[in-house]
Design a protein around this ligand. Structure first.
Ligand SMILES: NC(=O)c1ccc[n+]([C@@H]2O[C@H](COP(=O)([O-])OP(=O)(O)OC[C@H]3O[C@@H](n4cnc5c(N)ncnc54)[C@H](OP(=O)(O)O)[C@@H]3O)[C@@H](O)[C@H]2O)c1
Length: 164
């Protein structure tokens, strides 16, 4: 059911805002550094819209992109793994070496689809007021267990699934 090696990583503003017009609502270099430090050398799993907003594969990570229209994603350099559905992604994670870590990096649609399979969420709470049109709300099934990073712009916690 839940995969120990699968986590969500998300940055959330007030009222759960995560995106605005297809982009991040904020520009916070320290949060991007934190994101990199968590995900580097792992596998990042994202929706086609998030991949397009990033604009290129993330370095030093295996990049998995979900789309129902495989030819809409330029993979001419062969740097991406393109998937047409969640089931194949889950199957590949189950088959992977146990110490490998997989990060669901968004956006909203992909968080929603993979949440039932994740054992942890790394969430940066962004300070300040940012408008947006895309949201993520921390599910009741998770509780914060560890503060990972804190500065004037954001605080990050690791959340774990509550024991059933
Ligand atoms: N704050 C954060 O931490 C954070 C992180 C990531 C993203 N974001 C923001 O979130 C927004 C994007 O989120 P979004 O929900 O609009 O888009 P998204 O989740 O990034 O991508 C949605 C796309 O993923 C594909 N997809 C979804 N479910 C699928 C399935 N079961 N099988 C195959 N493909 C599937 C579809 O692509 P096709 O249409 O090609 O079929 C769908 O249009 C942006 O504003 C972005 O900046 C914020």
């Amino acid at each position: 059911m839940h995969l120990e090696q699968l986590s969500i990583i998300v940055a959330v503003g007030k009222m759960g805002v995560i995106g605005c017009g297809g982009k991040l609502p904020w520009k916070i270099p320290d949060e991007l550094k934190f994101f990199r430090s968590m995900t580097v050398h792992g596998t990042v799993i994202m929706g086609r819209k998030t991949y397009e907003s990033i604009g290129k594969p993330l370095a030093d990570r295996e990049n998995w992109v979900l789309t129902r229209h495989g030819d809409s994603v330029d993979n001419s350099k062969g740097l991406l793994h393109v998937f047409s559905g969640k089931d194949e992604v889950i199957r590949r994670i189950r088959a992977a070496a146990p110490l490998r870590h997989f990060w669901v990096i968004g956006g909203r649609e992909i968080y929603e689809k993979f949440l039932p399979h994740c054992s942890a969420i790394v969430c940066s709470e962004i300070f300040g007021d940012y408008a947006g049109d895309t949201y993520f709300h921390m599910p009741d099934a998770f509780e914060p267990v560890e503060k990972l990073c804190e500065n004037v712009h954001f605080v990050s916690y690791r959340w774990r699934r509550r024991k059933e």
